[in-house]
Design a protein around this ligand. Structure first.
Ligand code: BES
Ligand code: MN
Ligand code: ZN
Length: 490
């Protein structure tokens, strides 16, 4: 797996600036005040830094912006990165500064003189999250990644504070790797193996195979995987860090390792993007990893449905009627509306088996949510104002966009079928909402539930706030924050 870059924390020692290799970063306030480290860098560079902060260009800089002085005179470093940051910077501004550093870093070593920064952990998280690259399948690009060193006021304290943030970063990277991985490598079996390896972190892992899924009556999920040579699976990850007997929070993910559309085949253009259709399951796995790594004092269970949606002589046909684990029958009008079929059975199983205090499912469920919200926000659908408010607050504080969408009976009525209890599509209008209504039919009334449609945010073709273009890991930080703020004891 792609590991986050290693980060060291040291006492401030401005005598190290001249000889440091790779890149050196100093922090300067918008009004151009130089701290001891910046004054030393200025002296070494014969006043280059002072010229920069007295220039008009500097006046235009905002919190978190970066200016590079390349190959600075008097220093061994290849670059002197100057970060604009007020002393009173807000957490997201500090993270933004970190992101700018992480982007500039590339594979070089980086020394950050952060003695003045009030939130060095946010700075660290920004650097680490942005310094990600998926190089598994690049044969030539195996250059070693240079370390990050932060010189801070109290390195011992900061190091232990940063441990939780680095656990979350590792969860985010785990998710990004899964989402980036092509479907010939990330088969259902490989996905289950990567989850199973997390038993070393203290998670209890159960992999349910096709015969067990059949016995439990999960025919909706199985109907999606029928056409594929890869076996369908449900993987369960249990973290028991809370009080014994307390009902867990359940996280549920759509794990379609590739979505061809099935017999309702998708057009060729862009079909390669459907390698990310396991994004919901990827976020659940990454969040469980973060929760386990930082030993959260909460009970959380993650369940993912792993299937591949392929056309073949064994594949489900449009018009087929299939019975869900709940017992309701579904007329499958369009085999490309497969995610909801997978989730319906996993949601039902989660409630029957784990009696959760709440459920959050994540899925790259509809193209319609991209039409509605673009790539800035995931769609939030819920039957409960408290849990959705808590989630949106958690997402906002982590800088991950999330926007509440409406639900209601009129939308639900669009799922009526002539010959079965419901059909799996509701027509073109309100496509992401009718998908959510379909899921809600498999949620018990007294179970607080959120459906997150992450089709627009799981993988993006341009750089995003914390990630280079490609897989973002959206949701790992928000879920981790929600668990920390609302589900942990003490
Ligand atoms: N996996 C897709 C949704 C999707 C689209 C994810 C674009 C990421 C980017 C999902 O299974 C799907 O095919 N949905 C259909 C539903 C339709 C057939 C009712 C869609 O959105 O077109
Ligand atoms: Mn589909
Ligand atoms: Zn899909």
């Amino acid at each position: 797996m792609t590991s986050p870059v290693s980060v060291n924390f040291q006492d401030l020692d401005i005598d190290k600036i001249a000889g440091a290799e790779g890149r050196v970063a100093v922090i300067v306030t918008p009004d151009g005040k130089l701290d001891a480290a910046a004054r030393r860098a200025n002296k070494l560079t014969k006043g280059a830094l002072a010229r920069l902060v007295e220039s008009e260009a500097w006046e235009k800089k905002k919190a978190g912006d970066l200016v590079t002085i390349a190959w600075p005179t008097g220093m061994a470093a290849e670059a002197l990165d100057v970060i604009c940051l007020p002393r009173s910077a807000k957490p997201d501004e500090v993270r933004k500064a970190g992101v700018a550093l992480g982007k500039a870093k590339g594979k070089s070593a980086l020394l950050v003189l952060a003695g003045q920064v009030r939130r060095p952990v946010d700075l660290t998280l920004g650097i680490v999250l942005r310094a990600y690259e998926f190089t598994t399948h690049k044969t030539a690009d195996k250059k070693e990644d240079g370390d990050v060193t932060l010189m801070v006021a109290k390195p011992g304290e900061i190091k232990s504070e940063a441990a939780a943030a680095l656990a979350v970063a590792e969860g985010v990277f785990f998710t990004r790797d899964l989402v980036s991985e092509p479907a010939n490598h990330l088969t259902t079996t490989e996905f289950a193996n990567r989850i199973a390896a997390m038993k070393d972190l203290g998670l209890k892992i159960t992999i349910l195979e096709e015969d067990e899924l059949k016995k439990k009556g999960m025919d909706l999920l199985l109907s999606v995987g029928h056409g594929s040579a890869s076996p369908s699976k449900v993987a369960v990850m249990e973290w028991k860090g809370g009080k014994k007997g307390d009902a867990p929070l359940a996280l549920i993910g759509k794990g379609v390792v590739f979505d061809t559309g099935g017999i309702s085949l998708k057009p060729a253009a862009g079909m390669e993007d459907m390698t990310m259709d396991m994004g919901g399951a990827g976020v659940v796995a990454g969040a469980m990893r973060a929760i386990a790594l930082r030993k959260a004092k909460a009970n959380v269970v993650g369940l993912v449905g792993l299937v591949e949606n392929m056309p073949s002589d064994r594949a489900t046909r449009p018009g087929d009627v299939v019975t869900s684990m709940k017992g309701d029958t579904v007329e499958i009008i369009n085999t490309d509306a497969e995610g909801r079929l997978v989730l319906a059975d996993v949601l039902w199983y989660a409630q029957e088996r784990y009696k959760p205090s709440g459920m959050i499912n994540l899925a790259t469920l509809t193209g319609a949510i991209i039409v509605a919200l673009g790539h800035e926000n995931a769609g939030v659908f819920s039957n409960d104002d408290t849990i959705s408010r808590n989630f949106i607050k958690a997402a906002e504080s982590e800088g991950e966009g999330a926007w509440r969408m409406p639900m209601g009976k009129a939308y639900d009525d669009m799922l009526k079928s002539q010959i079965a209890d419901m059909k799996n599509v509701g027509g073109r209008s309100g496509g992401s909402i009718t998908a959510a209504q379909f899921l809600q039919r498999f949620v018990k009334e007294d179970c607080p539930w959120i459906h997150l449609d992450i089709a627009g945010v799981a993988s993006v073709k341009a750089d995003t706030k914390y990630a280079p273009k490609g897989a973002t890991g959206w949701g790992v930080m928000a879920l981790n924050r929600l668990v920390a703020d609302c589900y942990e004891d003490g």
